[in-house]
Design a protein around this ligand. Sequence first.
Ligand code: PLP
Length: 277
Amino acid sequence: MSHIPRVLAIAGTDPTGGAGLHADLKSISANGGYAMGVITVLVAQNTRGVREMHCAPPAFLEQQLDAVSDDVVIDAVKIGMLGSSEYAAVVASWLEAVRPPVVVLDPVMISTSGHRLLDSSALDDVRRMLRLVDLVTPNLLELGALVGESSAHSWDEAVEQAERLAASSGTLVLVKGGHLGGESSPDALVNADGVVASVVTDRVATHNTHGTGCSLSSALATNFALHGGWERALSLSKAWLTDSLGGADELEVGAGHGPVHHFRSLWRGIPVGAVAD
Ligand code: PLP
């Protein structure tokens, strides 16, 4: 692609800047895209947890989406927290009308702090949305929920669940092994026939992992729009995220699980103030 990809994130908010739409905008920017954002649920949260949530009327979500697509050519979309059936329905009909060239869905269900971010009644709506999506990036809990089972306890079990999800939905699935523990952190692209590509990195020892899933899915949407091909998008996104996780402890943001350092590789070597001279 010769131009800068215009990447739209559709997601909930995090006023401390580590997860949700705030993380998406940083991730898209750090990976070389022009970042745009439509807000689903307004979330009063910090690094320690979620306090309160507020939803504007679904018609306003529709107006935000139309305001973008009526004016801007969209090269890729990342969808995060949908919250409810009503919001999922609005996003699904917008996707059907606009047909963006690339759609990545991070099927956000529960925060690390244990707060429910998707109504349990909306699970079927998320399943139905998969046919409009090119890549879905569930964590192990979300993968289990999408296939109607409990979370996988091993890598092989997770890949097997992903194969079945890919077969029933026709969508490519990213299996993320980060929650399994162990020395390494494997991720794999899985279709109905099995693993298409995988990347394994050393586990980064940090408890500052807030918004990791949001950031990875936005990076994937951006890198696919930039370079084409999911395998290349995965290796670039995973390398960037591993570096960002490695720099997370440099940031001193909040007393809970802090954010990753989205701009670590970008800022490295650039003296502060150099741009202004
Ligand atoms: N808040 C919002 C709005 C999100 O979209 C997400 C994404 O998963 C989270 C919180 C979860 O963040 P955490 O990485 O802390 O689970």
